[in-house]
Ligand binder design. Sequence first.
Ligand SMILES: C[S@@+](CC[C@H](N)C(=O)[O-])C[C@H]1O[C@@H](n2cnc3c(N)ncnc32)[C@H](O)[C@@H]1O
Length: 295
Amino acid sequence: MKMKYFLLLIAFIVVGVRPTFAGPLFDKFRETQQQYLTDFGNQYLQEVGEHVFYPFGGPDVTYPLLMFPNFEVLTLMGLEPAKPVETYPVALDNSALSNLSSLYKRSFFITDQMASGLRNVVALILKQLENLDASDITVQAIEGRSNAVEIKFIYKEKPRTIRYYKAGLDNKQIEKNLDLLKTLKPFDVVLFKAASYLPHQRKFSTFRSFMLENAKTFVQDSTGIPYKYLKDHFKLDLHGQYLKPYKFPGGFEQVNFRKYSEELNNKKLNIRFGYGGGFVPTNILIATRKKDVAL
Ligand SMILES: C[S@@+](CC[C@H](N)C(=O)[O-])C[C@H]1O[C@@H](n2cnc3c(N)ncnc32)[C@H](O)[C@@H]1O
């Protein structure tokens, strides 16, 4: 083979198989968003308890770890598969790396991107823990369920646990997961971010009612529980501004939530939290159950 073609072949192999590298994106995230999220949590989420429930969370452990100063147990649910992997070294394939890039760049994982090649969320979770300087990480399968994994680790000198369950939460699939959900209640705090507006939809009504009956606090963007279900029974504290849904098929406009936001006239947040990509302002709603509303 001529030298020129040989060099071209090498260049093709190197460029062609090089994974999307999340390193520089994470560096940027660490320099800006990491501090903003930590500050937000320290300022506004000191009162919420130790159990963070994150339905439609997929593999996102970065946001709950940074935002909730008291968290000891994080329960994640999503449709992505999970099985234990060796903890060290954390090796990510190309698909996992490009998904991780999405988290650091856009602030969320994309369901379709994960569905098209991500075979296991666990390495992706471990890599985020490693990036946040967690230590003493152990991983084991949760007995009695497939695609259910428990991860224990030390973060900021305290032992913590993450449990990930592959679990469908729409009305068709929730029946087989209700027993599990019941073992988790009451929920100190329920986090929704980039939840594809699923809690707005009729086919998630059973899940939505269950959450409204059993959560002490919601921390969410506008893809979470609609304002109309929260306004009477929860004390609302909106940060940032709610303007409109961002380019999502199906609408999910919330006219009264927008009015409420306009009356508050909050300043814009520099935090990236869910859809919008800088085109629609970020909103983080903290909804705390009123004392006279029974759990
Ligand atoms: C857009 S991703 C966002 C993940 C995460 N909240 C974030 O901010 O990176 C939406 C998540 O919802 C999950 N999901 C979609 N449909 C679901 C269903 N029917 N039941 C449970 N989870 C579902 C997906 O598997 C995915 O993990």
